[in-house]
Design a binder for this molecule. Structure first.
Ligand SMILES: Cc1cc2nc3c(=O)[nH]c(=O)nc-3n(C[C@H](O)[C@H](O)[C@H](O)COP(=O)(O)OP(=O)(O)OC[C@H]3O[C@@H](n4cnc5c(N)ncnc54)[C@H](O)[C@@H]3O)c2cc1C
Length: 419
């Protein structure tokens, strides 16, 4: 066994590299263990504007501004009948620079975030898989890892951070995962070059489009080099039953969504990277965990929980949990208190914010619900809704929308009508 690292972070996605950058910057010996070799493909390309504050803290805003990532000023919804909502421009509720964000190519974005963690003093072992944790009683005291082509080795650590995303390495090992009722979803997605772009500042918008039967919805995310990410999401049983190929599933859903069919007409379908398959499939990605931390360990990002892709909240929550966990770890390392309470002290506020996002997700999936109709009935909540779409889920004011949205949804669910 070698000298312990202060902090070993498993996974170099946005959650892991945020935690690693801040803990290393505070002067603690930090190692990131990453299974893949970067740059590597990843889903999750559309950011929420409130990511701004974590980027500012990490010192990566200038790099993002210099990047070729399209700027995202708004999100727009297209209903099952093809009717387009007015774009929800984030700057309408808050005209500052922080109301504009980016659509990122995750291979480049995650590389940028990793480089930043390395610049701040973290080490990274790529192509290294976490195999198991080392324990002394209840306490996690390190990890067993395997570097490519080498035998497994033990790496002692004062704190182990699980940032392995959907793999949720520790949550699986400790049996902490809880499925989310009503959110057993799947997705099939692919990429096009030369697909339609709206003009002006709308060219970087995320567009969310329902299929005609409302059984599924599409994301439409503009990326650099005239590439657009187009994915369909629906109940797993609905989307993936019947033994169809991903290509068939995608084509069938496009035929049920003329607004997407029009946008990709004549565009060239492309692989997201050399050797990558044209269609990607993921299923049953929504879950929460029962505990965020234990003695010597803590979960961040998707390893802590993931709700649904509809509002593009995944990377935002990964960054915020990564930052808040880093603050708890730094304080814990300084004070010698690496208890579950100390390492997981940020989790309740995060869960409260996630609860609001969860409510908006439920609204989106409630049959007959339309944000347009709700906002016409309660125009005073338009800015609250925009705030939530921006990611202001830790600000009390935005939550006022639920005073009227909760009863509206109850009436809609009970009677089929909100009036
Ligand atoms: C269909 C779909 C669409 C989405 N769209 C969006 C979107 O538009 N916007 C958005 O913000 N979010 C989106 N998300 C969510 C987003 O992808 C995640 O929330 C985000 O990537 C979480 O970051 P993370 O750092 O927690 O995990 P990840 O980014 O998944 O990083 C985890 C890392 O851990 C590594 N790893 C895994 N296991 C091991 C191991 N045993 N040892 C070592 N390393 C390991 C992996 O290689 C990976 O690099 C989407 C999710 C889905 C399912």
């Amino acid at each position: 066994m070698t000298t312990p690292y202060d902090c070993v972070v498993l996974g170099a996605g946005p959650a892991g590299t945020t935690t690693a950058a801040l803990v290393a910057q505070a002067g603690f010996r930090t190692l990131v263990v990453e299974r893949d070799r970067f740059p590597r493909f990843h889903v999750g390309e559309s950011l929420m504007p409130e990511t701004y504050w974590v980027f500012q803290r990490l010192g990566v805003l200038d790099r993002l501004k210099r990047s070729s990532f399209p700027k995202k000023y708004s999100v727009q919804f297209v209903n099952h009948a093809g009717k387009e909502s007015a774009p929800f421009y984030f700057f309408e509720a808050d005209p500052r620079e922080c109301s504009v964000t980016w659509q990122v190519l995750r291979s480049d974005f995650d590389q940028l975030m990793l480089e930043n963690a390395l610049d701040k003093g973290a080490e990274c072992w790529q192509e290294t898989r976490a195999l198991d944790v080392l324990t002394e009683g209840e306490r996690v005291v390190g990890v067993r890892v395997q570097r490519r082509g080498q035998p497994p080795q033990e790496v002692p650590a004062r704190v182990v951070v699980d940032a392995t995303g959907q793999q949720s390495f520790l949550a699986h090992r400790f049996g902490l995962r809880e499925e989310l009722p009503g959110l057993r979803k799947a997705s099939v997605w692919t990429y096009f070059r030369g697909a339609y772009r709206d003009p002006g500042i709308d060219q970087g918008a995320t567009v969310i489009l329902h299929t005609q039967d409302r059984q599924a919805w599409f994301w439409y995310i503009p990326l650099p080099d005239d590439i657009t990410s187009v994915g369909v999401v629906g109940d797993t049983d609905y989307l993936l039953s019947g033994g169809k190929s991903p290509q068939q599933v995608f084509a069938e859903q496009v035929s049920r969504c003329p607004a997407v069919a029009r946008r990709i007409e004549g565009a060239e379908q492309v692989e997201p990277g050399p050797g990558e398959p044209r269609y990607r499939v993921i299923r049953d990605f929504s879950y929460l965990t029962r505990r965020p931390a234990g003695p010597g360990w803590v979960l961040v990002g998707d390893a802590f929980g993931f709700l649904d892709p509809i509002y593009s909240s995944g990377v935002f929550l990964a960054l915020v949990s990564g930052q808040w966990a880093a603050e708890a770890i730094i304080h814990g390392l300084e004070s010698g208190n690496l208890s579950a309470e100390q390492l997981g002290r940020w989790a309740e506020p995060l869960r409260r914010g996630m609860k609001w996002i969860h409510k908006l997700i439920r609204a989106f999936y409630t049959p007959g619900f339309s944000f347009g109709r709700f906002i016409r009935a309660y125009p005073q909540h338009r800015n609250n809704l925009t705030d939530l779409l921006v990611g202001k889920v830790f600000h009390q004011e935005a939550g006022r929308i639920f005073d009227d949205l909760d009863p509206w949804l109850e009436r809609l669910t009970a009677t089929g009508s909100a009036n």
